[in-house]
Design a protein around this ligand. Structure first.
Ligand code: NAP
Ligand code: ZN
Ligand code: ZN
Length: 354
């Protein structure tokens, strides 16, 4: 074990502060990574504040990790010291259930080992759990480490590891492409990647936003149309139009208002994870054989495919770089929907020691 410096919260109501915790030594199949950048996902906030159930404390979040390989175990074949690599929301899974063997580790029957706040069998003591990327370094088994194209700006590539794959995976699964009318709900970290991907895949993209000040950005990011979702008349004009709607909203909102916008046999997919259950009117689905589904991040294979696509098409996130000690203010700005469009922490700003 070695001591690692990071930033974490001591309780659901405490601010994040510098702390130290233990990482495992680099084992035979492990890759040890010096973290250079980490994106700030809204899931970090949900977890730090115990919005999805009681979290484990201290809680060190961060699952949009980019860094350089500094050590590899003797059995590692795909990585070498100096490689630019990424780690997303998972660091392990059972590897033998149907989902794992299909390359969809995020749906592992035994639950994946999440990058933070997840039971960690690598430590002998009972109750050990994982610590995320708001930290100096991380040790991850090779299978869960991604190659990041060297042509991409590593800071702007960090959000691809969660916001990127979470929006890519449903677009790929439902085969969204040319000739499709696609709606994206919410222009945050996930939503802005959804707009970029859906446009790159050839769809006609309409952004739905509650924020009138994001209209120009929506268009700059490639959306063909932007609708202010608080405008009832504008929403009514969109009824029965869409083949596919991706909902990336983090807070309570009325999904029925969007189901009505789907054409017959259209699909609406939730990727946003508000803390409270939502109510769905059966008539909105039954009347036009519409379907409502959900989707979680993406498997390791498709994450690599997404990164390679981004390398080829030069796609990254629009980011605001912050120092580690600005994280608590950054959380408040995310909660006000005031980020353009992902905060990324410069890990050089982490203190050397505490
Ligand atoms: P984010 O950057 O905060 O974006 C959320 C966006 O939702 C905001 O920018 C805002 O867009 C809209 N919004 C916020 N409050 C709203 C409200 N009360 N009513 C309507 N719209 C509202 O968050 P994110 O990091 O993209 O994450 C979005 C959600 O996805 C979070 O719940 C997160 O936990 C979840 N998530 C899920 C997965 C998965 O695997 N499924 C992976 C990562 C994250 P406008 O200003 O444009 O309206
Ligand atoms: Zn995330
Ligand atoms: Zn499994």
């Amino acid at each position: 074990m070695f001591s690692c410096v990071g930033y974490g919260a001591a309780s659901a109501t405490a601010p994040l502060k510098p702390l130290t915790f233990e990482r495992r030594e680099c084992g035979p199949n492990d890759v040890q990574i010096d973290i250079t950048h980490c994106g700030v996902c809204h899931s970090d906030i949900h977890t730090v504040r115990s919005e999805w159930g009681e979290s484990l404390y201290p809680c060190v979040p961060g699952h949009e990790i980019i860094g350089r390989v500094v050590k590899t175990g003797p059995s590692v074949t795909r990585f070498k010291v100096g490689d630019c690599v990424g780690v997303g929301c998972m660091v392990d899974s059972c590897r033998h259930c149907d989902s794992c063997t299909a390359g969809l580790e995020q749906y592992c029957d035994a639950n994946p080992v999440w990058t933070y706040n997840s039971p960690d069998a690598a430590f002998p003591q009972e109750g050990a759990y994982t610590f995320g990327g708001y930290s100096r370094s991380i040790v991850v088994t090779e299978h869960f480490v991604l190659k990041v194209p060297e042509t991409l700006d590593p800071a702007a590539a960090a959000p691809l590891l969660c916001a990127g794959i979470t929006t890519w995976s449903p677009l790929a699964h439902w085969k969204v492409g040319k000739g499709h009318k696609v709606g994206v709900v919410g222009l945050g970290g996930l939503g802005h990647m959804a707009v970029k991907f859906a446009v790159a895949l050839g769809a006609e993209v309409t952004l739905f936003t509650t924020s009138p000040n994001k209209v120009e950005d929506g268009k700059r990011l490639g959306a063909h149309r932007v609708v202010i979702s608080k405008d009832a008349e504008a929403m009514a004009a969109e009824h029965n139009r869409f083949d596919f709607i991706l909902d990336a909203v983090s807070a309570d909102h009325d999904v029925n208002a969007y189901l009505a916008l789907l054409r017959q046999d259209g699909h609406m997919v939730l990727v946003g994870l508000p803390e409270k259950p939502m109510s769905v009117g059966a008539f909105a689905l039954v009347g036009k054989r519409r379907s409502l589904a959900g989707s979680a991040i993406g498997g390791i294979k498709e994450t690599q495919e997404m990164l390679d696509f981004c390398g080829k098409h030069n796609i990254t996130a629009d980011i605001e770089m912050i120092r580690m000690d600005q994280i608590n203010d950054a959380y408040e700005r995310v909660l006000r929907s005031d980020v353009k469009y992902r905060f990324v922490i410069d890990m050089e700003s982490l203190p050397e020691a505490i």
